[in-house]
Design a protein around this ligand. Structure first.
Ligand code: MN
Ligand code: MN
Length: 297
């Protein structure tokens, strides 16, 4: 069920010993504007070899960490089956007390990861919350006749899995999506708010809101289009007035102590000169370094 050609840099551990388990989800079947995010897992793996293994600001060397790369999930299937497979792989990794890191693929796959979290952390006192970094609300109830679409992923997660969910970096949505967010009390912070107040204060507010609702674990989903297209032009639906890479790194670092799963989705390597995949790979490495500091105490 998994294809494995090139592994992510420094993913030299076997599965059994690993603390972090990376897997690719090369799925872009519902993409609405630009196909091609299925190429992103491999592009991010290739890009990952650009970077030093040592992270100076965190004083962590990735060669000292236990990272495994499962390869890509075999996905010559429809969306529903893709979500089953992503959920199964994520659930296995969580059951084995490891941290899943999914490389998308389009945002639709996050529903599969979140469903595994719902099956694992849904008891009282061990609830999980979601932080979704995205330019888009993704709150449509259907898009182009499809319910399980990348444009509906936050809506489906909130409707079916957990309403303990905060969106950060938002600057695009239909009037209906904004109205839905208002009437349902969806927690979201705009990109302008991040720019004005700083990511530090926005993430702290998001975490406090999730803690107040009983969440102890966070699943962090990063839609690469949350980053300004000046930095990340290779995404499915670029949206100006976005966040800086530094903002996203700040969010990763602040949320890392509570983050038990991560995905980076919507990178589309066919639309730039490798900048977006490079940034995606770097953000994954940043998360691993930041989380390892927490694991090691
Ligand atoms: Mn999205
Ligand atoms: Mn988006």
């Amino acid at each position: 069920m998994m294809f494995r050609e090139r592994v992510f840099a420094d993913a030299t551990s076997g599965y059994k010993d690993a603390d972090f388990v990376i897997f690719g989800v090369p799925f872009d079947a519902t993409s609405s504007f630009r196909y091609g995010s299925r190429e992103a897992p491999d592009a991010m793996r290739r890009a990952s070899y650009n970077f030093e293994t040592y992270n100076d600001s965190l004083d962590v060397d990735l060669t000292d960490l236990r990272i495994h790369d499962l390869g890509d999930i075999d996905l010559d299937v429809r969306t529903g089956e893709m979500l089953h497979r992503v959920c199964d792989v994520t659930a296995m990794i969580l059951r084995d007390n490891k941290i899943p890191i999914a490389l998308g693929g389009e945002h639709t796959l996050t529903y599969g990861c979140a469903r595994a979290f719902t099956g694992t952390f849904d008891g009282p006192g061990s609830d999980y919350g979601m932080i979704i970094l995205d330019a888009h609300l993704d709150l449509r109830d259907e898009y182009l006749g499809v319910e399980q679409s990348h444009a509906c992923v936050s809506r489906n997660i909130i409707d079916d899995l957990t309403d303990k969910c905060v969106l950060i970096g938002v600057r695009s949505g239909s009037a209906e999506e904004y109205a839905y967010a208002r009437t349902e009390g969806i927690l979201w912070h705009s990109a302008d708010e991040v720019n004005d107040a700083g990511m530090g204060s926005v993430v702290r507010e998001a975490l406090d809101a999730l803690f107040d609702r009983g969440c102890e674990q966070i699943y962090l989903s990063i839609d690469a289009d949350v980053i300004d297209p000046a930095y990340a032009p290779g995404v499915g639906n670029p949206e100006p007035f976005g966040l800086s890479p530094r903002d996203v790194r700040a969010a990763i670092r602040l949320a890392a102590p509570y983050t038990c799963g991560l995905d980076i989705v919507e990178v589309n390597p066919g639309y730039d000169h490798g900048e977006s995949a490079m940034l995606g790979a770097r953000l994954v490495r940043e998360f691993i370094a930041a989380k390892s500091v927490c694991l090691l105490g």
